[in-house]
Every structure is written in C-alpha cells, then in structure tokens.
Design a binder for this molecule. Sequence first.
Ligand SMILES: Nc1nc2c(ncn2[C@@H]2O[C@H](COP(=O)(O)OP(=O)(O)OP(=O)(O)O)[C@@H](O)[C@H]2O)c(=O)[nH]1
Ligand SMILES: [Mg+2]
Ligand SMILES: [Zn+2]
Length: 349
Amino acid sequence: MDIYDIGYDDSFLPDEENPLLTIARVFAQHKEQFSICTGEIILSAEISGKYRYCIETSEDLPVVGDWVLVSIHDELAIIHRLLPRRSILARKSVHSSSERQLIVANVDYAFIVQGLDRDFNLNRLDRYIAMSCAGKIIPIIILNKADLLATEEIEEKKQLVVSRHPDISIIISSFTQDESIQEIKNAMQAKKTYCFVGSSGVGKSTLINKLFGKEILITTTLSASTNKGQHTTTHRQLFVMNEGPLVIDTPGMRELGVIGAMEGVENTFKKIYEKADRCKFKDCTHLNEVGCAVKEALESGEINQDEFASYKKLQKEESYNSSTMLERRQKDKQFGKMVKQVMSNKKNR
Ligand SMILES: Nc1nc2c(ncn2[C@@H]2O[C@H](COP(=O)(O)OP(=O)(O)OP(=O)(O)O)[C@@H](O)[C@H]2O)c(=O)[nH]1
Ligand SMILES: [Mg+2]
Ligand SMILES: [Zn+2]
C-alpha cells in the first residue's frame, strides 16, 4: 500500500518540500494521542512542541482523516504540520456556543445513518445534511433497521425523506439483509473516504462490521429497548476496506448544533431559497409581506409546513452560533495582537 491507497492525491501536496518529513494520514485520535498511517506502516504519534506553540484554536489540532507531515523515530511519529483540509464535518462545540468542534476531515461522503424505528426524525436529518454540505461533504442517507418495520411503513418514511431531499441518495438497510449491505458497498468507490455519522445505537458500527465481513468494531449486544442512551463507540477511527474505500466510524452524537453553515443550510433547503428569490422584497421575512412567494408556496402546499419550520429553526440557530463564533474570534485576535504589542514593547525597552 502507498499513500494514494489511503486517499491521498496530489492536490494535497505541501507547498514546500522537506525531505526529512513524510506525508501521513491520521487514522485514530484519543485526546492528543494519534495514530497515523504512511500507507506502509501505522504508528502512534504526538504533535511537536513547535506545532503545539502555534495552535490558536482547537481546529488547528489534527482530526481523523487529516493529512499531516511527520518525522519518524523508531516506534513513534512526531506530527510537525497539518496540510490544508479539503472538507470537514463539524458541529457547534457542546461546551461553548462560540466554538466549532471538528469531527473528521478530508471525507468525500457522509453516510448519515438514521434508524427507521423511533430514531427517525426528518429535522435531525436536515441538520446532518446542512453540516455535511457546509463542510463540502456529499451526504448519502441510510435508513437502517428495516427489519423492524413493515414494508408499507418503510416506504412511507422513505417518501417523506425523498420529498424533502429529492437530490440525495437514500439506502434502506438492515444488518440482517445482505442485499442492503451490498447496496451500500456498491455506492462506495476505491480510495474515497466515507464517514458514518448519526445518533448512538442506530447501527453504524454494526453496518461497518458487515461491510468488512468481520468484527472489527465493538457493538452493543444488548436488546435495542435496553440500550437507550448507551454509547458504544468511544472514538473516531479510519479503516481501509479490501476493495479500496476508506471508512471512518464515529461515536453517536447527542447534539449536532449548526455553526459556520450558512451555505449548508441554503443547500439543504434549496426549494425554499429558490422561492425566496421570487419574493417582492429582498429582505422578505416570509411572514406577512405582500408578494411573498414563500408564503404562497406554503399555502399551496408546494412547500411543506414542517420543512419550513425546520428551515427557520436551523437558519436562526446557524446565524446565532456563527455570529458568536466570529465575535469571539475577533476578540481573540485583538487579544493576541495586544499580547504581541506588549512583548515587542518589552523587547525594545
Ligand atoms: N433490529 C436491528 N438492530 C440493529 C441493526 N443494526 C444494529 N442493530 C442493533 O443496534 C444496537 C446498536 O448497534 P451499534 O452498531 O453498536 O450502533 P452504533 O450506531 O455504532 O452506536 P454508537 O457506537 O453508540 O454510536 C445493537 O444492539 C445492534 O445489534 C439492524 O439493522 N436491525
Ligand atoms: Mg458504534
Ligand atoms: Zn417572502
């Protein structure tokens, strides 16, 4: 294997060549302990002191999927630099509304897994789609646990998704139905990176085990009714499939707050934005303005009321979170400038 087999291509090429450093991909992360792969070997890795010194936000730290430049010292690799990311999946930090937390990087497709059982929720799906699109990742929807429902019920739920997201591929699956596992496999291409995301217990790790044909990941063995709220996967990890695609398993997320995703929200609700373009007033709020094309579409049923409500909620949340993030970053920048000024004043004295 070489780096091209683990998803590398020359567009990631670092601007300066350093013969002492090797290109590698982050395969796993536990806090600040990493595991990297050069294509030939997998090694434990840590970040260098200089790297640490240059960190401004948590986003500067490597995440699973990242390309990094490393030096190799026997059994340990030292990470010196992060290569620019092509795509990211992020969410609002659970700890702060002004910070974004990266989940994975350089992913081509996100399998958004939702259970067809009580986990099924269109508005949550909207969130995942918005964050994928915002991060330049193509979403594919997997509606899982099909074995638990009657065919008509599945079809009904699928139609709800199709009418809200006509452009996104949908796969109905169950770990008991081999054809559905094959369908997921068929959707995957060699050397492309796929991450599995969704709530805890929807069956992400079970599906990945099925794709690999062996138990590479721990899954719960408890019955679905007793494992409520139980989180089985505890960290993100990248695996290489025999046929060539790269797969990242992620722990189930309880919250997926949208942040830095204006374009993502726009992409998720294209239909509404297209209508809004035809409103008489540019700043139409679609409440009671005359000549509001959105209101008309809502009345005629062309736009679904629930979809509009979901759009309003995400748009409001996105704009609040993004503006607090910007504000904080500006403050941090000013603070950084002040510190530098004080330091240089000291030097010049
Ligand atoms: N009925 C049914 N149960 C499933 C299916 N897939 C997974 N399960 C069950 O759901 C439970 C959770 O599966 P996991 O694969 O651990 O779920 P996960 O999404 O990886 O969960 P986290 O790692 O916590 O995020 C297990 O008890 C599985 O046996 C399915 O297709 N049908
Ligand atoms: Mg799991
Ligand atoms: Zn309007």
